[in-house]
Ligand binder design. Structure first.
Ligand code: NAD
Length: 249
């Protein structure tokens, strides 16, 4: 069997649960050596043990924490060939009720965190002769939706950052892409589901909005990350690729 990420040294940030966990597990299965980083210390350590990865506790909103994490991962792995910026926070509510603190924490985790980890990883990727950075944006960043204005803004910024970083780093053979998942069934969406009126109402909205008529599970999103982290995507950069059952077209 060809292992598509054989010997790649990868840091996956935001991987204790959900999409990040699925990405880290798929990467290990494809032969990568992986360190995961997450704010959730206990769940992160358990996930790392379960999938065969290393673990570093990290708050992506905190500059010092990100510096220690990226340096620590590079030391544990003997360098870095790839970075996944997947840590994320969700808040939902009517636009005129968004608190400044909520706005700021979404920007700090979803947007600043991507910038910080990318900035810290660049010297390591350059030293490796190039690499791949994959940022988790969202369908919300492409087309928004009721009740998620702040979240949508934070994820739209991730796409703009991805494009700019990709254009700047292309000469270093560092590729930067974002993935835009649609409705993925994780507890992450609970605030948005509550805003929609509960699980049954959300199921009706999903059926109406999603051409494929259903949510996805994290394991259906992970293969796109594997592709983007692998050399199969050597000519793909500055893209925002959707995995959303056909919603954004
Ligand atoms: N679930 C969806 O429908 C969906 C859709 C589009 C995009 N996304 C994005 O996918 C990513 C993963 O979401 P998920 O659905 O798997 O949810 P999740 O809650 O399972 O994963 C988010 C992870 O980020 C970690 N995290 C949160 N704040 C952090 C911080 N300050 N520092 C480090 N780690 C932190 C959490 O502990 C968790 O492990 C997020 O960026 C989210 O915005 C999810």
């Amino acid at each position: 069997m060809i292992r598509r990420l054989k010997d790649k040294r990868l840091l996956v940030v935001g991987a204790a649960t959900g999409i990040g966990r699925a990405v880290a597990a798929a990467a290990v299965a494809e032969g990568a050596r992986v360190v995961i980083a997450d704010l959730a210390a206990e769940r992160g350590a358990t996930t790392a043990r379960d999938i065969g990865a290393g673990f570093i506790r990290c708050d992506v909103a905190d500059e010092a924490s990100v510096k220690v994490t990226v340096a620590g991962a590079a030391e544990m792995l003997g360098g870095l060939d790839g970075l996944v910026n997947n840590a994320g926070l969700q808040r939902a509510g009517a636009l005129e009720e968004i608190a400044v603190d909520d706005w700021d924490s979404l920007m700090a985790v979803n947007t600043r965190g991507v910038f910080l980890a990318t900035r810290e990883a660049i010297p390591h990727l350059r030293a490796a002769g190039g690499g791949s950075i994959v940022n988790t944006s969202s369908l919300a960043g492409k087309r928004g939706g009721p009740g998620i204005a702040a979240y949508a803004a934070s994820k739209g910024a991730v796409m703009a950052f991805t494009t700019a970083a990709a254009l700047e780093l292309a000469r270093d053979r560092i590729r930067v892409n974002s993935v835009c998942p649609g409705f993925i069934d994780t507890p992450f969406n609970n605030p948005a589901i509550a805003f929609m009126g509960g699980r049954e109402e959300q199921a009706r909205i999903v059926e109406r909005m999603v051409p494929l008529g259903r949510q996805a599970v994290p394991e259906e999103v992970a293969p796109l990350y594997v592709y983007l982290l692998s050399d199969e995507s050597a000519y793909v950069t500055a893209q925002a690729l959707s995995v959303d059952g056909g919603v954004y077209n």
